[in-house]
Design a protein around this ligand. Structure first.
Ligand SMILES: NC(=O)c1ccc[n+]([C@@H]2O[C@H](COP(=O)([O-])OP(=O)(O)OC[C@H]3O[C@@H](n4cnc5c(N)ncnc54)[C@H](OP(=O)(O)O)[C@@H]3O)[C@@H](O)[C@H]2O)c1
Length: 321
């Protein structure tokens, strides 16, 4: 039987933080987890939109102010979570921008790469030790079919480029980085024998606010046709994230997406990823670059290294900010 929300088991006693919970797929993901009894932390860049989302989500929830375009805001948000919660069971790195109105983040990073990847890289690192306290904890990072447009390796020059605002390559690069980050994190967690797992998911296509950006003119008709012919409603688009977060038969490192029509719609299943996303050397390079650019270093060793017995005793401690 195709996976649906009916498969989500009781989430009472679990705390889930969802970024970009004010709208679209994040709002839907939060709503479903709250309906199953989880306490949900709605991480939103705008407090008023967060409060409106809290009203729609219902159940047990709280709003957290988080602007992923500012590493200061990421640090403040992580500190607030640490002050309020002793453990975190689910972290869903969902927020995203596509063709936004600004070129760079507050810290001078290309907008897509800064918000979609670096902000989440920093947030995850700053919260990871709260997750290792929680049995069955999961980090789910939301990518996209567009990861295939993320051509070439990402170095500091691309991470700081000013011309990515209307570039599909720049959006694709950030979504490729989401996938590579999820995999490298899983490798590192497994190497350190930390039970927290990292997975990725993509929603296919859905007519959310993401499409209200300012795309290059050539792309407009293609996007409109794709949305018209292939998209699925937002509650269906949230299913890959929800399955990755709650189905414990899906192992760390898995990538889920809709199973029909070139993965644009349908029930969530294991999804394909590009060769670039599977390049383990590039994953490690991206990790090092992300640590350097954010100043957040995870106390996890390199992936694929022999597991350090000391790390197994004290696997993940706090993170230098
Ligand atoms: N919809 C699709 O067809 C599609 C396809 C592939 C992948 N995705 C991915 O799915 C995820 C969710 O997107 P969506 O479709 O639900 O889009 P959406 O409706 O535009 O929602 C995006 C969410 O991200 C938040 N956000 C944007 N910039 C932020 C920032 N600087 N700090 C914190 N939050 C920020 C938005 O907050 P505000 O409400 O304040 O704007 C909103 O809550 C994204 O990662 C996107 O790349 C979507």
């Amino acid at each position: 039987m195709a996976w649906s929300t009916a498969h989500i088991h009781d989430q009472r006693g679990r705390t889930a933080l969802i970024t970009g919970a004010s709208a679209g797929i994040g709002l839907e993901t939060a709503r479903e987890l709250a309906a199953r009894g989880a306490h949900v932390v709605l991480a939103c860049r705008d407090r008023a939109r967060g409060r409106a989302a809290a009203h729609r989500v219902g159940g047990s929830n709280e709003v957290l102010r988080l602007d992923l375009a500012s590493l200061d805001s990421v640090r403040e948000a992580a500190a607030e979570v640490r002050g309020r919660h002793g453990r975190l069971d689910l972290l869903i790195n969902n927020a995203g921008v596509m063709f936004p109105p600004y070129a760079r983040t507050q810290d001078g990073f290309e907008a897509h790469f800064g918000v979609n990847h670096l902000g989440h890289f920093a947030l995850t690192g700053l919260l990871l030790d709260l997750m290792t306290q929680a049995p069955g904890s999961r980090v789910v990072t939301v990518s996209s079919l567009a990861h295939r447009a993320g051509l070439g390796r990402c170095g500091e020059r691309e991470a700081r480029a000013a011309d990515g605002r209307r570039s599909l390559t720049a959006y694709g690069r950030s979504k490729l980085a989401n996938l590579m980050f999820a995999r490298e994190l899983q490798h590192r967690l497994a190497s350190a024998r930390v039970p927290t797992v990292s997975l990725s998911a993509h929603p296919g296509l859905s007519p959310t606010g993401l499409w209200h950006g300012d795309p290059p003119a050539l792309l407009r008709p293609v996007a409109a046709a794709a949305l018209k012919g292939l998209a699925q409603p937002v509650d269906r688009a949230a299913l890959p994230s929800l399955r990755a977060a709650t189905d414990h038969r899906v192992p760390g490192g898995a990538h889920l997406g809709p199973g029909e029509r070139f993965e644009s719609r349908g029930a969530p299943r294991p999804a394909r990823s590009s060769r670039a996303a599977r390049d383990v050397a590039a994953q490690a390079e991206l990790w090092d670059l992300s640590q350097k650019l954010t100043g957040v270093s995870y106390s996890l060793g390199p992936a694929h290294a022999a597991a350090d017995p000391a790390a197994a005793v004290c696997p993940v401690r706090g993170v230098a900010g």
